[in-house]
Design a protein. Sequence first.
Length: 406
Amino acid sequence: QTGVGIAMAPVTFKDLVIVGITGVGYGLHVDTPRPDAPLGAVIGVDGRFGRPGFLAAYNIQTGKRVWQFDTIPSEGWEGKFRETIESNISLNRNIPLEKENIKNNKEAWKFGGGSAWSTPAIDEEANTLYFGTGNPSPQMNDTSRPGDNLYTVSLVALDATSGRLKWFYQQVPHDVWGYDVASPPVLFEYKKDGKTIPAVGQASKTGWYYIHNRITGELIGKTEPFVPQKNLFAKATSEGTVLYPGILGGANWGPTSLDEKNQIAFVSAIHAPIKYTLIDEPAHDDFPPIKYASSEPTQDERWGLLSAIDLNSKKIKWQVKTPQPLTGGLLATEGNLVFMGEGNGNFNAYDAKTGKLLWTRKSDAGVNAPPISYEIDGTQYIAVAAGGNSIFGFKEGDNILVYKLK
């Protein structure tokens, strides 16, 4: 028992079962007055919603914990105070103020967040496990957590036997937007200019697909955005700043798929603009004043995008726009088909080379889960759950759909 949630499906490796905790990157709690607290300080973090996350391995036979990797280090979580990400894109941080705040927040890591949302990928030959981490805590109020907030919003590689850190890559240092590394990583062989590199790919909430050397962690490159981007990494304002992708992504929990032969990644994504607003909470009773940010959906149109991305050129090959955000992930087959569900109940098959819709079937609930493929007696089947999605208001249900490929 952890006292928090578990969202991922456990994964097994040799005699280990590995799973992580979720829901630790939230919570702004102001019920504990502190007379010396300045304006804008976070007074406390509420219980289970503000604590370090972890990924742990247990012996399959006994349940005994073999190792635990804490997604928030007790030392050095401030990092290098990075001001930019790739291509010199600014994160709009106030580095001098953050460094000034360190002396009053030396134990901020104890509330650091960093959920482990999605099932890891494992390279058995390299004895390496790869997983993504969530946002820091408190989620959108950063006054009490100066620094980069390692290892949040990162792709992390661990020794699968011991849990030792091999490398990490932080996509968004000091995240205040909710840009978790949520979509599961995918392992593949990256081929370019006659060379083959063992790689790991990850589709981000920010709208880029990242490609790393999975042995060294080196960033091979990232693709052009697969969703529209506006005011990315903007700060909250009192009148509200509209930005996208927002807290929902980009690519969220839904898994991606890959045509390794042709080096094409398939990504289902969300376009859902949000208004990022700075809120002033005045002093009352014994509580000091506080400033915090709020992220709320706008009245703008929301929709989904299915993208085929050429990993060599880093360019979008084709896209299909859907009337609703895509939350469930997809599946590509060797027979040049891409299967994907929609919140309106449609379950579709597309031509992987062109994006042309080839086939669709209707369910009486939203098809918001990733499809799977399996074979029985030489016949291939495609199965998917149709359960809807309460966050987006897609009709809920309890169906399993199974189709035979001819």
